[in-house]
Design a protein around this ligand. Sequence first.
Ligand code: RUQ
Ligand code: CUA
Length: 622
Amino acid sequence: MSKHYPLLVGASLAVAVLATAGCNPPGARAAVASDSSAAAKSYVPPGEKDEFYLFYSGGHSGQVYVAGLPSMRHISTIPVFAPYPATGYGFDEESKQMMGRFTWGDVHHPGLSQTGGKYDGRWLFVNDNANNRIARIDLRDFKTKQILGPIPNSSGNHGSSFVTENSEYVLVASRFSVPLPKGRYADPSAYKSEFNGMVSGIKVDPANGTMAVGWQVLTPPFNWDLGSTGKGPSSGWAFWTSYNSEMAHDTLEANSTQGERDYAAIVNWRAAEQAVKDGKATMLDGVAVLDPAKVAGVIYFLPVPKSPHGIDTDPSGRWIAASGKLQPVTSVFDFEKIQKAIAAKAFDGDVRGIPVIKYEAVIEGEIPVGLGPLHTQFDGKGNAYTSLYVESAVAKWTLPPWNAEQKKNLNSIVTDKIPVHFNIGHLVVGGSDTKEPYGKYLVAMNKLSKGRHLSVGPSQPESSQLIDITGQKMAMLYEAYTEPEPHFAQILKADAIAPIEVYPKAENQHPKAAWDATQTGVTRTGNKVEVKMVAIRSRFLPDKIEVKAGDEVTIHVTNVEQTTDMIHGLGIIEHDMNVVVDPGETKTVKFVAGKPGVYPFYCTNFCSALHQEMQGYLAVKP
Ligand code: RUQ
Ligand code: CUA
């Protein structure tokens, strides 16, 4: 039944197509909704609120951005891997420590925590491709609470954050391979024999979300790409594609596109967890690592279309859709067939002891979606939506099971296509990775959105488009600027969470918090000066701090307000210092007093009619 579609074009030509695909998608129908009904559908009048949160990754800005849906209004920036003076992140001791020695990160894929295969509104996990880290944002206060990493034995944390059904793990796969343990030197020409990739299980504490590296599975030096976790019949499993099963170490655009197919990894993470408990792992850089050549049943390979990118599990957990950038099809695999194939050992040999599952034994169909398919999302009503990078479009198609007619003509499976502007990367449908997607909206996150906004010079504004998916045909509703660099996103129903707006005083555990004038003060020990400070409308207590040049000054500033949006900042002139303290919060800043002189400090966050008067002096004596 599954006819094999020919390769799009020869590899190098395909690469040229990928590189030059331009602004005029073939066969595009009128893209812009000109009727006012589209505008009305995304219009949220002043004073009214959106129905959904859109959490989108900020790529190499290192941040996560929050917008409302359907308005697409940017409503918040959550600093994660880079300093953000607007909230003082990266200036106080607590956040500085969390960021470690890095001042940036590369955020690609946010993943919401789940319970029972549904979003539970507790945490948002995001990866850092650049420094092999993963962070947890608490949705109680929209703040970054933990940054884990660099993850040992792992290089290029691109293949995450994939959260399991009950947030047992956030799963991670390495984009790059390096000689292990890290720090060992081997020439890249010895790539095949000396380099390795890794899949990691990052354990999440169900009580408080604290992450720790659980275990790892060693892999050949493939470049692992996007993944997804299983549910229902595929519960306990996870999937990743790879784009370099050729194991090329140079000129990847040509050398990693030689094979007709690449491999996806199918990982039984429950079996990995058990094998580690059974003592089958070896310690490497402090982590229990499983070698699949010695421990069977933990990982399998599955051939997928040439140079794949995305692999997505449908809401039922049975259908796994993988797309090859260089083949105009999305392959749908049946997880039930995958289990049967594993049981019957329907393998086409192995790669380094890892069995390769027979493609023909598990493929359900190759859907002719269009050119350059990347990622697939689901609406929970039996429809799938695949982003087409080369074609600059989104294809809508029907998930199996199919009737005899449909099976005979898989072209009929593709029920709609809508052009986007331009060259879409990710797309997101609310709850697509859960058992119960919201459907309703699809956001297309475009990579090369040339000329979509007023020109602001060579750095073209990035763009995302809001598409209504409630009808038979997709309908373009709205287009909005999105902060660079938009990658994946998550959509969460607004009423699924109730963020706090004030930190209750009773919760403040900071040992140096000061709540009234009697608790404030300046203490000196040698050349160390410690200040306990209160910030309240509209003054600092104390508002004069006397130190000597070269002193190490520590200020613990408590915002004693218990009122929503009563936020104070503390900016110190010429000391590169600014913190912003939320109501009920205490933050600690540390700096070395500059050369003798008097340095005013002031409140940086507008707080009252007398905000401008909220100031004081750091007097530095010779
Ligand atoms: S990748 S355009 Cu970093 Cu998510 Cu697919
Ligand atoms: Cu306090 Cu402005």
